[in-house]
Design a protein around this ligand. Structure first.
Ligand code: UDP
Length: 346
């Protein structure tokens, strides 16, 4: 069974749109380019922009994004899909008001299999996307990551934007962490040298419907939820004492669109994530309880360089975006589980 866009998602997009409108965030009539628009976050962003009556151009090569995430948008008059690898230059007609660069594989399980593609998407890919923004004099938003902080040293969790990171450039995660750091450097180069209006979001762990669960694509929430629903072993890497903070997808998209829309944020770098830090073992137990699953819990080796703690300081997001998360973890996990019940557990 293919992944489907369930009514559950349509309802949530509609609610999110109302929240954004109340905050004065509207892209109506704007022309927006979304690279990675068929991915987990990209497709939610396309949904909101299309609903707001923006003209959306989505570029994707479906390397990790799933075509079914945007199937329902195909054929809409204000949605255009260009199947293209953003690491290769492309000429686009018309003017863009905003370019959002999301294209990249993001799952740690892919770091061993696709390190070159990951490096290219966040270096060559961002160079191509910035070139488009420069030609069209568009605003530019880059979805960077908490991974630019690597494994924060003691005293640096919760992590604020002025922390410079603790990263192993030649480790297995280096392809992602260093590529995103290079992407940020590219953004600032265009900001300083060409005066481009740029914004960087540092995204912390985000989950929800459309987060792929299978094989190399899988992130911890989608893997645990699909394992719990199928009564399969829940696979904890290491002893499960490592922490993460999980943000529900609509909260993330709201933060990103506020950052893209608000005036006077040029050159800003802002963490967008949840402050609710939780151990991975507690996450497994919570998911088991919420899904009423009898899955056993198994312990597998911890991947190399897996960060010990991750939690953002979101003071800047509160101040500049007037934003903070609104979905509690158990509510978000229930909505995620509902969605996974209705689609193939890929
Ligand atoms: N993890 C786990 N079991 C899994 C997948 C992930 O215990 O099946 C752990 C992983 O080692 C990490 C955390 O969950 O400590 C979050 O992993 P994820 O792949 O979602 O992303 P990360 O935060 O590491 O980028």
């Amino acid at each position: 069974m293919p992944l489907v866009s369930s009514p559950n998602i349509h309802g949530q997009v509609t609610e999110l749109n109302k929240t954004l409108r109340r905050a004065g965030v509207s892209f109506k009539g704007q022309r927006v380019l979304v690279t990675g628009g068929s991915g987990f976050l990209g497709s939610w962003i396309c949904d909101v922009l299309v609903l707001q009556d923006a003209e959306v151009v989505c570029i994707d090569n479906f390397s990790s994004g799933h075509p079914s995430n945007i199937e329902h948008l195909r054929g809409k008059r204000n949605f255009n899909l260009i199947e293209h690898d953003i690491t290769k230059p492309i000429e686009l007609d018309g003017n863009f008001d905003l370019v959002m660069h999301l294209a990249s594989r993001a799952s740690p399980l892919e770091f061993a299999s696709f390190p070159i593609q990951i490096l290219k998407a966040n270096t060559l890919g961002i160079w191509v996307a910035l070139g488009i923004a420069k030609r069209h004099e568009s605003r530019f938003l880059f979805t960077s990551t908490s991974e630019v902080y690597g494994n924060p040293t003691e005293g640096n969790v919760p992590t604020a934007e002025n922390y410079n990171g603790n990263i192993n450039p030649i480790g297995l995660r280096g392809c992602y962490d260093e590529a995103k750091r290079c992407g940020e450097a590219f953004v600032f180069a265009y900001h300083r040298q060409h005066g481009l209006d740029t914004r960087i979001a540092r995204i912390f762990n985000t989950y929800g419907p459309r987060l792929r669960a299978g094989d190399t694509y899988g992130r911890v929430v989608s893997r645990f939820v699909s394992q719990a629903l199928r009564s399969k072993s829940i696979t904890i890497f290491g002893d499960g004492r490592q922490t993460r903070s999980f943000l529900y997808v609509t909260d993330q998209v709201e933060g990103l669109l506020r950052l893209a829309a608000f005036p006077n944020l040029t050159g800003q770098v802002i963490n967008i994530g949840s402050e609710e830090e939780i151990r991975i073992i507690e996450l497994a137990q919570l998911i088991k309880r919420l899904t009423e699953s009898n899955s056993p819990i198994t312990f597998l080796p911890l991947p190399v360089d897996d960060p010990v703690r991750r939690c953002p300081d979101i003071s800047r997001a509160r101040e500049y975006l007037k934003w903070s998360p609104s979905t509690k973890l158990d509510e978000g996990l229930k909505m995620t589980a509902e969605w996974f019940k209705g689609c193939s557990l890929n």
